[in-house]
Design a protein around this ligand. Sequence first.
Ligand code: ADP
Length: 319
Amino acid sequence: MKKIGVLTSGGDAPGMNPAIRAVVRKAIYHNLEVYGIYGGYTGLISGNIQRLDLGSVGDIIHRGGTMLHSARCPEFKTKEGQQKGIKQLQAHGIEGLVVIGGDGSYRGAKALTELGFPCIGVPGTIDNDIPGTDVTIGFDTALNTVIDAIDKIRDTASSHERTFVIEVMGRDAGDIALWAGLAGGAETILIPEEKYDLNDIVERLRKGQERGKKHSIIIIAEGVGSGIEFGKRLKEATNLDTRVSVLGHIQRGGSPTVADRVLASRLGARAVELLIEGKGGRAVGIENNVLVDYDIIDILDKHHKFDRELYKLSQELSI
Ligand code: ADP
């Protein structure tokens, strides 16, 4: 393998830049040529492809977002779109592709692999919903952003004796809500993986008030439903001064944390190693702090493991 490509796709995540940097530097270290594909699969189809050198990825390790930009590209879900992409790759002499992104981006990488073009998936999403890895690039940074917000909301909640409902991202996964809820000392954590009963929540709030609690924080994952709707129902049921904060896209930005920069560097470099070893069609990840890789075609049939123990602990500590 002499020439490889790299792209970022789908929802952006802090840490994509250090992952791109690792791919480019590792490839050049091993005397490969690297091409950046700008704008995800949209840029792949249109041929928005440029050679990257060591300097191209200078001064990006600490930046959120992705220097290669990202996009959602419905055309790439079609065979015609995928064939156009392969033609562009071949026109540039690119023999292997590293795709940094979430579940949808992995499906695109899987489709290319099935058409005979070797791809490596690198898990880049704040949602932590990718199978074959304990954590995804961006998850830790997003958690730190959420924790920062929870801590600030806690200050104002306690001054005004309010109940706050905080809606966080995560798509269909509850990991952001669970980890941030545990670390932020939330009284209640609502996640799509576990059913809830409004009466139980009302009862917990009542008990908390009885023992003199001045405020409560409830974290709701977007996969459960709207925080605003939930806040209305809670207010009707309790008559408590209830406010809702939907954190939204701030969770996707910011300078990547140390954990994300190190993870991105390790996974990006491993992706290049696999291509050099001639092992295309893999998804890289980290399990128990050991780098792993799985068949990208099989991995998408699996589900990211939900940490039920951690959920149980969060309940035990928030009585
Ligand atoms: P993420 O990668 O963050 O999960 P999306 O789900 O939006 O984000 O997917 C990103 C892009 O991946 C889509 O816009 C599309 O171009 C491509 N993609 C998604 N699903 C498929 C699929 N089944 N086959 C081919 N490409 C896909």
